[in-house]
Design a protein around this ligand. Structure first.
Ligand code: NDP
Ligand code: MG
Ligand code: MG
Length: 340
């Protein structure tokens, strides 16, 4: 069984005694930097001159310096730029400042797992990966709660790498919810699989296919949107609270019976085979190589996919309906597809 740690297992004074650099101030970066600061940690944010994120960080009273200066000042460097940019930031700004005994930290194991970053042997290499989007990580911290974190140690030069990772997790609220020990390999492969097969890829495609099936059969798109997208949140909330069993307890007997009869018809054995194929591409590096090659070429495939997907009719229907539901709002800085 997994090893799980809580607040009593963590020594917050370890991270409070370190100088921390958070490189990047996006979804995860803002959550880490602000919550570390609020936990009494000496934190600076590393951002390039002219970065869009600079004013957001300075408006919160954080000290912002260049990534190179942040890495030079700090003895724990947390890289929270997009995964495909990390090796460039590492080579240009971090590696030259990564002296013996410092700690290099990640929010996702991608670059270590696939060998895009190869740290020297005389540093600690640790992972603190919140299991939720950055905006939720910060919101829960502010509410006195936390999103669970995974921690891992790839290199333990100082002998204190795990205690350091646990202390960091406590400072961003993770230990309030639970900190689970894993490895860079397990975190990376399961995170990619989860988001591709179920959370993002699987769920998005399931919803779109339901919408397409109903509208192609002549049903109104507004009705289809409510039935296959809007109500999904209510269902997921029940699963989150009490598992699939609580969701089945709460829905009507009609819905529960339909679940048993039609669920396996929709998600049949082909889907399991397809998922195994997705997992194989993650494990052998095929997915990582495709993603990085596309990004290095200016992301033509990624941009094409994004444009095609944003044009799906469910998005237009959703924009119209959400405009009518004043209580459906987002507290982050997403302003809709037009802003991209
Ligand atoms: P975002 O895309 O939200 O944020 C990127 C940040 O990095 C921006 O502030 C950007 O600045 C900055 N940046 C870009 N290039 C550089 C550079 N060369 N030097 C310094 N800063 C730079 O990233 P995420 O928060 O989504 O992802 C960060 C890491 O966290 C990834 O490893 C990801 O896998 C992991 N993770 C993300 C989760 C999430 O909730 N999104 C969940 C768990 C893990 P600018 O504004 O100028 O572009
Ligand atoms: Mg991920
Ligand atoms: Mg219904």
């Amino acid at each position: 069984a997994a090893e799980i740690f809580y607040e009593d297992d963590a020594d917050l004074s370890i991270i409070q005694g370190r100088k921390v650099a958070v490189i990047g101030y996006g979804s995860q970066g803002h959550a880490h930097a602000l919550s570390l600061r609020d936990s009494g940690v000496d934190v600076r944010v590393g951002l390039l001159e002219g970065s869009k994120s600079r004013s957001k960080a300075t408006d919160e009273g954080l000290r912002v310096v260049t990534p190179a200066q942040a890495a030079a000042e700090a003895d724990l460097i947390m890289i929270l730029t997009p995964d495909h940019i990390q090796r460039h930031v590492y080579a240009a700004d971090i590696e030259p400042n990564l002296t013996a005994g410092k700690a290099l930290a990640f929010g996702h194991g991608f670059n270590i797992r696939y060998g895009y970053i190869k740290p020297p042997a005389d540093v600690d290499v640790i992972l603190i990966a919140p299991k939720g989007p950055g905006h939720l990580v910060r919101r829960e911290f502010v509410n006195g709660k936390g999103v669970p974190d995974l921690i891992a140690v790839e290199q333990d030069y100082t002998g204190g790498a795990q205690a350091l990772a646990l202390s960091y997790a406590a400072a961003i609220g993770g230990a309030r919810a639970g900190v689970i020990k894993t490895t860079f390999t397990e975190e990376t492969e399961t995170d990619l699989f989860g988001e591709q097969a179920v959370l993002c890829g699987g769920a998005s495609r399931l919803i779109q296919t339901g919408f397409e099936t109903l509208t192609a059969a002549g049903y109104q798109p507004e009705i289809a949107y409510f039935e296959v997208l809007h109500e999904l949140k209510l269902i997921v909330d029940l699963m989150y609270e009490g598992g699939i069993a609580k969701q089945r307890w709460s829905v009507s007997d009609t819905a529960e019976y339909g679940d048993y009869v039609s669920g396996p018809r929709v998600i049949d054995e082909h889907v399991a085979k397809n998922m195994q194929g997705v997992l194989a591409d993650i494990q052998d590096g095929t997915f990582a190589a495709r993603f990085i090659a596309d990004q290095d070429a200016g992301a033509p495939e990624f941009k094409k996919f994004r444009a095609e997907q944003e044009a799906h009719p469910i998005e237009e229907t959703g924009r119209k309906l959400r405009g009518l539901m004043s209580w459906v709002k987002s507290d982050d800085d997403y302003t809709g597809t037009a802003a991209r």
